[in-house]
Design a protein around this ligand. Structure first.
Ligand SMILES: [Mn+2]
Length: 462
């Protein structure tokens, strides 16, 4: 059996295509898998990752394939491998085998233009520019990320409706991603000791993810400079006194993402000031997790963290004032500048390629206020949605030294008191949360996050 079909079952994908076709309002849907890209020369390709929409509907990474859904008829238009391909890559399943396995018709891709001719076609842009150029040529209009033609909307909105509420197969994928992510975080925590480099801890994550024969869902962040939000460098020495922030998630078979952040002391022991700031972030995370339930508005889930952070910083004497007022004015955002999370699914920021049409309910718009403007999601939660909850607390020089924020902070930030917390640059705590009838299920609950649990595990295998 070809590795392509390992663990593959056709039924969930057919069910999704059937549900989608009911939403297409008579249009044909054209969903591209996308192509490869290369470094230096063509044959040296980067690892291939099919478009998430294609994976959602087909379940197989069929390079350069295109799916056409036309009522009950589901057709995969696929290229044929060159004659000498088997020499380099081994025998691959032929079109007939793919047809039998998937239940789709399979047709050579050079017949696609004729098949579409003269019909109303809805599409979504492929992740790569070469495939998008092909889509543009096929449809005789510009296919561009983030901009949709009126004709595309039934497909775009259908995908948003389906993909934002996970079916059983999807939840299985998310659980698998969470399980491997959990094992990887436990391994990384337990090997951490002063004198290592960030890369040594990253290697402990790799050890688990690679041995599971998986990839990461996004570029791992493992850093003692957590205040750089998307820090991708791993070259620093990690020392006693440092907090290490690790934002690392595995991608399960089929493409499902895990997305977890933990912050732990390199020495295995929090300092008093680190402990105080950490407890504030943990209380914020718990407040937002508690707020996750069917019908809750995600912006309110975000604001629960903002209020808890502001209240915690007031208690510590770093902020002065009424927490609700501090949040309303955006003062908390000097320390917590990003949104509390996002949808989670086949993409780590699920469906971000569809822009705020996916993340924001109709009629809702992004706020302009600093902090709230970075909130990626503002929908009412439904059973079956998966979201991350990830408040953080950072000392970002570019924010704390900027004149406009100094002005906002006037009389409300106690700078002298803040200096006591110089040994905290960045703390974030992030879990993956599924919305259930009962409220919520934290898929990544087994990863230590209380101070006691972290102090017990860090360095235990170093
Ligand atoms: Mn995240």
């Amino acid at each position: 059996m070809s590795a392509l079909f390992e663990g593959y079952e056709a039924a969930p994908f057919k069910a999704r295509r059937d549900r989608l076709s009911k939403r297409l309002d008579g249009a044909l849907a054209l969903v591209p898998a996308g192509g490869t890209s290369s470094r230096n020369f063509l044959a040296q390709a980067y690892p291939y990752r099919a478009s998430s929409h294609f994976l959602y509907l087909v379940g197989l990474p069929l390079i350069d394939g295109m799916l056409v859904v036309d009522g009950d008829e589901h057709t995969l238009f696929l290229p044929k491998a060159p004659d000498d391909d088997a020499l380099w890559h081994g025998a691959q399943p032929g079109h007939q085998e793919i047809a039998e396995r998937t239940g789709c018709r399979v047709v050579h891709i050079n017949r696609l233009a004729d098949a579409l001719g003269g019909q109303r076609v809805a599409t979504v842009p492929a992740p790569d520019p070469i495939t998008r150029a092909r889509q543009s040529a096929l449809l005789g209009r510009e296919v561009t990320p983030g901009r949709f033609d009126e004709a595309d909307l039934p497909l775009v909105d259908g995908l948003i409706a389906l993909r934002s509420v996970h079916d059983e197969a999807a939840i299985g994928g998310l659980r698998r991603a969470a399980a491997v992510t959990t094992a990887a975080h436990l391994a990384a925590m337990s090997v951490t000791r002063p004198g290592m480099r960030e890369a040594d801890v990253r290697a402990a994550f790799d050890g688990i993810v690679v041995a599971e024969n998986l990839e990461y869902a996004y570029g791992p962040i493992v850093t003692v400079h957590g205040e750089v939000l998307h820090n991708s460098a791993h070259g620093n020495r990690i020392d006693k006194g440092d907090l290490l922030l690790a934002d690392v998630g595995a991608e399960a078979e089929g493409g499902w993402a895990g997305d977890v952040t933990r912050t732990w002391p390199v020495s295995g022991k929090f300092s008093t000031t680190q402990r105080e700031f950490y407890e504030v972030v943990l209380a914020a995370e718990e407040a937002s997790i508690e707020a996750v339930k069917p019908g809750a508005r995600y912006r309110d889930v975000h604001l629960a963290s903002c209020r808890a952070l502001a209240a915690g910083l007031v208690d510590l004497g770093v902020l002065t004032g009424d927490p609700a007022e501090l949040v309303a004015d955006g003062v908390h955002a000097l320390f917590f500048p990003h949104g509390v999370g996002h949808l989670l699914g086949l993409d780590v920021h699920d469906m971000e390629d569809l822009g705020d049409r996916a993340g924001y309910a109709p009629g809702r718009k992004r706020a302009e206020q600093f902090g709230l403007s970075y909130l990626r999601l503002d929908r009412d939660l439904e059973v079956g949605m998966a979201v991350t909850i990830e408040p953080g607390l950072y000392q970002v020089p570019a924010i704390l030294e900027a004149p406009r924020f100094r002005e906002l902070a006037k009389g409300r930030v106690n700078w002298e008191r803040l200096r006591d917390f110089a040994d905290v640059r960045g703390i974030r705590i992030e879990d993956d949360v599924l919305v259930t009838d009962a409220g919520r299920e934290v898929l990544t609950a087994e990863i230590p996050k209380t101070i006691d649990a972290l102090e017990a595990i860090v360095g235990s295998r170093a």
